[in-house]
Design a protein around this ligand. Structure first.
Ligand code: SF4
Ligand code: SF4
Length: 278
């Protein structure tokens, strides 16, 4: 019989008090308010567990670094270690054939019912030979794993847009996930790296409500990418007062003045940085 999220948590030694705290933190980070905490608790108590498989293509691994450094250790631990992450070849203890056997087992057992999270992207030149995993091109592993996934999360700018390895002349033809997978819902969580709290909240939202969050026209969750950084930036009063940093080590920099003249893209960037103070 498939376990519920709650049963898994209890088996892992999470107390009911910690579980309820996790539900409150999740409701808050999703911007739903504390009244939603009981609904999240009920969903996690009654729903069967949904596994998350996390693959790595061409990338630097800092999306993972960001994720495991969430400001709320409880949230990160619950999502990452105990709740759902069944396969992540960077973080898991198993390696080689043992790790690949786990991937195959989860794919078969939860066919059509697992979430695929992708960090990095596949290079397509030379038949994908610039990123080899388990003795074959990453693009093959990605397509095979995506085939039976319920939905896909593209972590970070690499998976969402291509990032630095896709910059001209892009010798490996690094390609974002949505340009090689066309038949699955894809949730983009861009940023380099993305914000840890946004990452955990997106996973938890999908696990809890069994649906993908509402997306903007670029495929990003509206709840986190709907606000312009410039509008809530803690340096904004300095912008309005015309107080700018002119050099990285000047007195204005030490006083926390606005970074517009240093190239800040906050006025044209939509993300939750200023809301979560990241
Ligand atoms: S999006 Fe940025 S932080 Fe994430 S893997 Fe790519 S280069 Fe690293
Ligand atoms: S320009 Fe940048 S540093 Fe200045 S207020 Fe806007 S977002 Fe903040």
């Amino acid at each position: 019989m498939t376990e519920t999220f709650y049963e898994v948590l209890r088996r892992q030694g999470i107390t009911r008090r910690s579980f309820l705290k996790f539900c409150s933190l999740t409701a808050t980070s999703l911007g739903l308010g504390s009244a939603f905490a009981p609904k999240i608790a009920h969903a996690l108590e009654s729903k069967p567990r949904t596994p998350v498989l996390w693959l790595h293509g061409l990338e630097c691994t800092c999306c993972s670094e960001s994720f495991i450094r969430s400001a709320h250790p409880l949230t990160k631990d619950v999502v990452l270690s105990m709740l759902s992450l069944d396969y992540d070849d960077t973080l898991m203890a198993a390696a080689g054939h043992q790790a690949e056997a786990i991937l195959e087992e989860v794919k078969a057992r939860y066919k059509g019912n697992y979430i695929l999270a992708v960090e990095g992207n596949p290079p397509l030149n030379e038949d994908g030979m610039f990123c080899i995993q388990s003795g074959r091109p990453f693009i093959e592993k990605l397509k095979e794993t995506a085939k039976d996934a319920k939905a896909i999360i593209s972590w970070g700018s690499c998976a969402s847009w291509g990032c630095v390895q896709a910059a001209k002349p892009n010798p490996t033809r690094a390609t974002p996930v949505h340009k090689v997978i066309f038949d699955k819902p894809i949730i983009k969580v861009p940023g380099c790296p993305p914000i840890a709290e946004v990452m955990t909240a997106v996973v938890t939202y999908m696990l809890t409500f069994d649906r993908i969050p509402e997306l903007d026209r670029q495929g990003r969750p509206k709840m986190f990418y709907g606000q312009r950084i410039h509008d809530k930036c803690y340096r904004r009063p300095h912008f309005d007062a015309g107080q700018f940093v002119e050099q990285w080590d000047d007195d204005q920099a030490r006083m926390g003045y606005c970074l517009y003249k240093m190239g800040c893209k906050g006025p044209t960037t939509y993300n939750a940085c200023s809301t979560v103070r990241w």
